[in-house]
Write a protein that binds this ligand. Structure first.
Ligand code: ADP
Ligand code: MG
Length: 349
């Protein structure tokens, strides 16, 4: 998985700024009709006709948001795109364009940036978004990536965080918690590697979890599913920080409460096995682990029939009046207040 295919090191200064930009951006293709002008002028030009436009941006800093010791650059490029497209999906919009800005220190050779852009290209091609611009500059230390994603939707399609009603059902796509345990597995391998550099990690048992961490996907398919089902969620958010934290966001924005049911949580069997091995409670991981990039949304009770038995969706709870608070109902039928502990709190356990 972590391949070191390119041992060659070409210094960035050999190309100069414009040579570097040309080199890195030469493979980007334009496929969206809304892109009138992409890379190559002072600004890109877009035409969305009668569509509404949604825009979201993210900044990723080495050592804060990613660690290159277990994140190959190609995966980093892919993931940096995906996390932004996920935000567009969470508005029930279709991602159409991205801009990509990078700052690099001279510790990175050209080959490293090529790998990063390979991942960016793979994601842009796969999700059919146009790379329409960006900026390339130097940094004193480390790698910084900022991606802005643009998407389109009809005005009446857009779903906000604040529309949940107090009798709505709470639904999640896919499964949750796996990306967090994938990171734990990779961190453990890094420790082992530091003690014994000759060790070859055997990650087969952890393949799904590691893939969820290193190569997450944006749920661009969910918008299509909603269309087919003639379903419009009342509120929606994507799961970047962790399920509990996102539930609290939906509740606070919509001024409702929520009951989340432990026995309904969609947890992959591999996650359950690995949690046993690491002696961590899988419910804690499912609720607090982040970076799954699944979608969390609410629907009217009357739409229940549209999603029941659909393998993409799991009903995990229901909204309540705000005064009832936000709770996890455990398997033993006790009520625990949900708190947004997210990523960091898990480390302290
Ligand atoms: P300017 O001097 O106007 O900022 P640049 O020389 O920085 O222009 O960029 C030239 C063109 O290349 C512009 O279209 C810009 O959007 C694009 N570009 C620069 N860096 C990147 C990048 N990292 N990814 C994609 N496009 C880029
Ligand atoms: Mg520039």
């Amino acid at each position: 998985m972590i391949e070191d295919k390119n041992q060659q090191r070409t210094s960035l200064s050999q190309l100069g700024e414009f040579g570097l930009i040309d080199h890195l951006t030469q493979n980007f293709k334009i496929v969206q009709p809304s892109t009138l002008k992409g890379i190559g002028d002072d600004a890109a030009v877009l035409d969305f006709k009668d569509k509404k436009v949604v825009v979201s941006t993210d900044l990723l800093i080495e050592g804060v948001h990613f660690d290159l010791a277990y994140m190959p650059l190609k995966h980093l490029g892919y993931k940096a795109v995906v996390v932004n497209l996920s935000d567009i999906c969470a508005m029930n919009a279709k991602p159409t364009q991205i801009t990509v800005s990078v700052a690099v220190s001279n510790r990175f050779p050209l080959e490293a940036l090529e790998e990063l852009f390979e991942g960016i290209t793979l994601a842009a091609d796969g999700f059919k978004v146009d790379v329409i611009g960006g900026d390339t500059t130097s940094s004193q230390k480390g790698l910084i990536i900022s991606i802005t994603a643009i998407g389109e939707a009809d005005a009446d399609e857009i779903v906000y965080r604040d529309g949940a009603g107090d009798t709505d059902l709470l639904v999640v796509t896919g499964d949750v918690g796996s990306a967090y345990m994938g990171l734990k597995v990779l961190e453990r391998e890094k420790q082992v590697f530091m003690v014994n550099p000759n060790s070859q990690p055997d990650l087969d048992l952890y393949a799904y979890l590691v893939e969820r961490q290193l190569k997450p996907e944006a749920r661009t398919d969910v918008r299509t599913l909603f269309h087919a089902l003639e379903l419009k969620p009342t509120s929606m958010i994507d799961i970047s920080d962790g399920l509990s934290s996102e539930i609290i966001h939906l509740c606070k924005s919509s001024k409702v409460g929520c009951n989340l049911y432990e026995d309904k949580l969609p947890i992959d069997p591999q996650l359950i096995n690995v949690c046993e091995e690491f002696n961590i409670d899988s419910t804690t991981v499912a609720i607090n682990g982040g970076e799954d990039y699944e979608l969390l949304f609410t629907i009217k009770m009357t739409d229940f029939d549209k999603i029941k038995a659909n393998p993409h969706f799991t009903i995990i709870g229901h909204m309540t009046q705000e005064s009832e608070g936000i709770h996890l109902i455990t398997r033993a039928n006790t009520k625990i207040e949900l708190r947004a502990r997210g990523w960091d709190a898990l480390q302290e356990e």
